[in-house]
Design a protein. Structure first.
Length: 224
């Protein structure tokens, strides 16, 4: 519809109406009647407004952004967990083959890239390796209580109780081992490592954690 009447405007207003006649010619009458216009001045003004909008597109300022990504295939961790949900309910113990992905946005450096792929992969993999083949336990959950001992970790939820070898567990200072909070924990650790080892802070840091195919959560941090 828009393309039809804009083409007509480019050839002059008389395609839509002829001031010497009482109404529209056939092409204009069909066009404007379909959108509810029946007065020639309204039709002409609307056409001019469209042309002003279209002409402004070329005047808009274009911005340029770069990002690098380390994909999930390189960042796999197989871990056990259980979460509280719907208030004070608790899942059964189970596990996932998690995959993570990391994206960084920023300015190009003197090498004309945002950040080195290999360095980013190694930094992130070192973090996900801490979770691999571990039982992930959230230490800030109000319903699932975690007690760390010298050789074991005792976990309680109401009348249910678990005892895990200490070396098989990773205690995370988060409220729940959901994909969302795992993504945030990885993002926090990665940011610390990038700043400590490389004196680097990206403009945008984005971490995705996938716990099943087609089921993932993302944490994004933007720095101004």
């Amino acid at each position: 519809m828009l393309a039809y009447h804009l083409r007509g405007c480019g050839q002059g207003d008389k395609l839509f109406f002829d001031r010497s006649k009482a109404g529209f010619p056939e092409s204009g009458r069909a066009c404007w009647a379909s959108i509810g216009y029946n007065r020639e001045e309204t039709a002409l003004q609307t056409c001019r407004n469209y042309l002003q909008i279209i002409s402004s597109f070329g005047k808009q300022k274009m911005t340029e952004r770069f990002k690098v990504c380390v994909t999930k295939d390189h960042l796999v961790f197989c871990s056990g967990h259980f979460i509280s949900y719907e208030g004070d309910k608790c899942e059964r113990l189970h596990g996932h083959n998690y995959r993570a992905a990391v994206e960084i946005e920023g300015e190009l450096d003197e090498n004309h890239y945002v950040f080195d792929f290999i360095t980013l992969k190694h930094c992130t993999k070192a973090i996900t390796d801490e979770l691999d083949h571990r039982m992930m336990l959230a230490t800030r959950n109000p319903y699932i209580h975690v007690e760390e001992g010298p050789c074991s970790v005792r976990v309680r939820y109401r009348e249910r109780e678990w005892l895990f070898p200490r070396d098989d567990c990773v205690l995370l200072p988060i409220e729940n081992t959901t994909a969302e909070l795992l993504a945030r924990w990885i993002a926090q650790r990665l940011l610390e490592e990038l700043q400590r080892q490389h004196k680097y802070r990206p403009a945008v840091l984005r971490v995705e954690v996938e716990e099943n195919i087609g089921q993932s959560a993302t944490c994004e941090w933007r720095f101004t």
